[in-house]
Write a protein that binds this ligand. Structure first.
Ligand code: NAD
Ligand code: MG
Length: 384
């Protein structure tokens, strides 16, 4: 039996890993929609290769290029943010949410409203609109499968167990490329250095988030929504080899962990096949070659991002959405050379220090908070 799939953010790193798995199981999947922000040529080629029904670019100005790329085919095309939501609302059996940033929130919500399965990689959507999104998941009886490797690990370690028996959920963090750098070195960290992650090959934004440790901060908030054990039962441990993707300790003293290669195709495959398993061509875990696993407490003095995220979670209301928006602005500024590495967390902290908007109670209100926080964060950019 074939299942239908839509991939939001098909041209990105998660999108490519997902399509690689679909290629592997080509006869089992019927591709409904593929989306991208702009890379129209690439999107058109993928839509043709996978015989998609629809291809959508978020940036409408890229639609003519998409149409040109699809000319002579019967694949439908569309552009703009509303079209992204319409693609998400096609009701595919599985929608992979792999747009980066809060830009993915409205499409994720549109997918949730179909009451089908969503494989969620787009953590920023959950950070910005956690309660609202989780409420919608319940209301529409949707199945939200965590694709982020840590959350997928936790999800697997929780299966067959009761949340009430959980003593700790431990998120592992690689520590990023600057794990051992001093304050002085961090202040001088360059874009190219930050873009070189030691273990994972990912999109630019999440790679910078990994270097600042904001990725783990966002994941802390993500875990808090996905696995409601309470903030005081969530902790972070630095594990540079990225072999253990996360762990759950139960009240009897048992700790369950999920291990695997640093290959996002593994957690994505677990979502695509859920509740079954599928074959993948991923390199098996070779523990004797890896040799040693090590663990360290996070240093929030050098990497304040996890502290900022925890504080935003405790504050609740608009704070997580403000944290995320300010971080998106600051990371973009760093990538463009308009902020230094250490200014990223400083901009987030200063934005959170301002009077926060009212707690959002709807998707539109979250988007308004996001827009307001972006504006505020922009005012804090100084020439680097
Ligand atoms: P990426 O930058 O490689 O790809 C992002 C995709 O989203 C692209 O297809 C791009 O065209 C599209 N996109 C970007 N901005 C958009 C916009 N404004 N409107 C519509 N589409 C837009 O990013 P990625 O590394 O694949 O990450 C995607 C999401 O998955 C992020 O939320 C990230 O945190 C999460 N994630 C990624 C990894 C990883 O290994 N890459 C691991 C865990 C979680
Ligand atoms: Mg992760």
């Amino acid at each position: 039996m074939t299942r239908s799939i839509t991939i939001l953010g098909a041209t990105g790193s998660i999108g490519a890993s997902t399509l690689d798995l679909i290629r592997w199981e080509r006869d089992k999947w019927d591709v409904k929609a593929l989306t991208a922000n702009c890379s129209a040529k690439e999107l058109a080629a993928l839509a043709i290769e996978f015989d998609a029904e629809l291809a959508v670019v978020g940036d409408e100005t890229c639609l003519p290029d998409l149409r040109e790329g699809l000319s002579g085919t019967s694949i439908q095309s569309a552009g703009g943010s509303q079209a992204l939501c319409e693609a998400a609302a096609l009701g595919a059996d599985v929608t992979v949410a792999a747009i980066v940033g809060c830009a993915g929130l409205a499409p994720v919500m549109a997918a949730v409203e179909q009451g089908k399965t969503i494989a969620l990689a787009n953590k920023e959507a959950l950070v910005s609109a956690g309660d609202i999104l989780m409420d919608a998941v319940k209301r529409h009886s949707a199945t939200l499968l965590p694709t982020d490797s840590e959350h997928n690990a936790i999800f697997q370690c929780l299966e067959g167990n009761d949340l009430a028996d959980v003593r700790w959920i431990t998120l592992t963090a690689s520590g990023g490329p600057f794990r051992t750098w001093s304050h002085e070195q961090l202040a001088e960290a360059k874009r190219e250095q930050a873009l070189k992650h030691p273990n994972w090959d990912m999109g630019a934004k999440i790679t910078i988030d990994s270097a600042t440790m904001m990725n783990k901060g966002l994941e802390f908030i993500e875990a808090w929504h996905l696995f409601p054990v309470g903030l005081d039962r969530l902790r972070i441990v630095v594990h540079p080899q990225s072999v253990i993707h996360s762990m759950v300790e139960y009240r009897d003293g048992s700790t369950l962990a999920q291990l695997g290669p640093s290959d996002m195709r593994v957690p994505i495959a677990s979502c695509l096949a859920y509740p079954e398993r599928m074959d993948t061509a991923c390199r098996p875990l070779d523990l004797p070659t890896i040799g040693e696993l090590s663990f360290f407490a996070p240093d929030e003095d050098r990497f304040p991002a996890t502290k900022l995220a925890r504080e935003a979670a405790v504050a609740g209301g608009a704070a997580p959405a403000v944290l995320n928006a300010a971080n998106e602005v600051a990371v973009e500024a760093f990538l463009k050379g308009n902020a230094t590495f250490t200014q990223i967390s400083a901009i987030v902290a200063r934005t959170l220090d301002k009077e926060l908007p009212r707690a959002p109670t709807s998707l539109d209100e979250v988007l308004a908070v996001d827009a307001e926080a972006r504006q505020l964060a922009m005012t804090m950019l100084e020439p680097a």
